[in-house]
Design a protein. Structure first.
Ligand code: SF4
Ligand code: SF4
Length: 429
């Protein structure tokens, strides 16, 4: 085991390989508040990559309804249970500033990750990572419990009172999931064939189909269960982050060869997704660059948080938490930054409001944004989740996104532009 630094945990941790980092890292932000659960992303991925024999149960992108839904069934509850059993009562975050530099971004995780925890039943030398293999039945019914809420039994006369902020007492939300192309992948750590690798140019995690022997150690070790076994070829497969598009090789989309968003991102109807590449320094840390929209949302505004950071893989998928969901549930899922993220999102400042317009606004990956100030168009009183009130001023700013070479690829305003149809086209489509 090596010692590696995991910024999401605010500390070093054990990992089976030496620390190594790509030059750029594939990353994304999903805004849960906006998702309508339409599954367009799911079908865009399915119809591109997993429509063949032996892939019937494979959904590299899935959208599940929390708290009960999950693909495979109960994946998160099962790994959380294993971790808790291995380290009872100690899977906790410490939000006091850590003494060892660098300072944690959200808090320091004092529990054990999947690389550190040992389970009595999984103590065989070949098990480097705490995990489990889902049953065939658990891979079936990928959207089980769709739209199923939770909360206290409904009482006559209570109708409508269960849905008031800051927390609804009856609630559910959609959780959009793809492979997180983790910085410290569990799948890669567990593979006895060294068939899994992380690309130096973009941090995408791939399975070498020729080296894989189908031992399914990656399926067992991925805490997010995003590595999947294909019985017809007897090897494992996973999300490839649509790497031909990242490389700008999808000629129909970007004839000029610029990096492009993946299929699931491009298809998103709810405009909840923003995908990009963040630059990684020689020391493995994110290079400070607040004009990169992902860097801004995750490291500056801190409105987007990693999914189950306590697993320890440093996932590169981030989520703006849903405003209406009980905080204890969200804190288990996204760590200690939840309250601060929702407070910020509830009344976004001028810059945040502008950057939020970039979600699903264009296909080329946005490497840099700029804001041109516009006139003030309104203001409103907002009661924040903390109970404090604030006046949010709204400006019709223009946000401009640029691709890798500095070409403008999107320009949009905070206020949605309206167009009046000319008289002669009133009845035409
Ligand atoms: S989400 Fe799972 S499959 Fe994807 S890189 Fe992380 S550990 Fe590997
Ligand atoms: S396409 Fe977008 S809005 Fe629809 S389910 Fe997927 S993430 Fe949600």
């Amino acid at each position: 085991m090596s010692r590696v630094y995991n910024w999401q945990l605010g500390r070093e941790m054990e990992y089976p390989h030496e620390e190594a980092h790509p030059r750029w890292q594939f990353a994304f932000v999903f805004n849960i508040n906006r998702c309508i659960g339409c599954q367009t992303c799911t079908m865009a991925c399915k119809s591109t990559w997993t429509f063949s024999q032996g892939q019937e149960h494979m959904w590299w992108n899935n959208v599940e309804t929390k708290p009960y839904g999950g693909y495979p069934h109960h994946w998160d509850m099962k790994i959380l249970r294993l971790l808790e059993d291995a380290n009872p009562g100690n899977q906790v975050w410490n939000v006091e500033p850590a003494v060892d530099a660098p300072a944690p971004v959200h808090g320091r995780f004092d529990g054990q990750t999947i690389f550190e925890a040992k389970h009595p039943l999984l103590d065989a030398p070949q098990s480097r990572v705490l995990g489990y293999l889902p049953t065939d039945e658990e891979w079936q019914a990928p959207n089980i419990y769709e739209d199923t809420g939770t909360g206290p039994a409904w009482q006559p006369g209570e109708y409508g009172k269960t849905a008031s902020l800051p927390e609804h007492s009856v609630w559910f939300f959609y959780l959009q999931r793809i492979c997180n192309h983790c910085t410290y992948p569990g799948c890669l750590a567990a593979c006895p064939r060294n068939a899994i690798y992380k690309r130096p140019e973009d941090g995408v995690v791939l399975i070498d189909q020729k080296r894989c022997r189908g031992y399914r150690k990656c399926v067992e070790a991925c805490p997010y269960k995003k590595s999947m076994y294909r019985p017809t070829t007897r090897v494992s497969e996973k999300c490839i982050a649509c790497y031909p598009r990242l490389e700008g090789r999808d000629q129909e989309i970007t004839p000029d060869g610029q990096p492009t968003e993946t299929r699931c991102m491009s298809a998103c109807v709810g405009k909840i997704r923003l995908q990009g590449l963040v630059e990684i320094g020689d020391d493995g840390a994110w290079v400070e660059n607040r004009s990169n929209p992902l860097y801004y949302l995750i490291r500056e505004a801190k409105v987007a948080l990693p999914l189950y950071p306590q697993f320890g893989t440093e996932p590169n998928g981030y989520y703006i938490p849903p405003r209406w969901v009980p905080r204890r549930y969200l804190e288990q899922m996204f760590g200690p930054g939840v309250e601060e993220a929702i407070e910020r999102y509830a009344a976004p400042d001028r810059e945040l409001l502008a950057v939020l317009q970039l979600f699903r606004a264009t296909r080329p990956i946005i490497f840099r944004y700029e804001i041109q100030e516009g006139e003030k168009v309104g203001e409103r009183e907002v009661t924040l989740p903390s109970g404090n009130t604030t006046t949010q001023e709204i400006f019709n700013d223009t946000v401009i996104g640029y691709d890798r070479t500095g070409n403008e690829v999107v320009r949009t305003t905070v206020e949605e532009p309206t167009f009046e149809r000319p008289r002669q086209h009133l009845n035409s489509i």
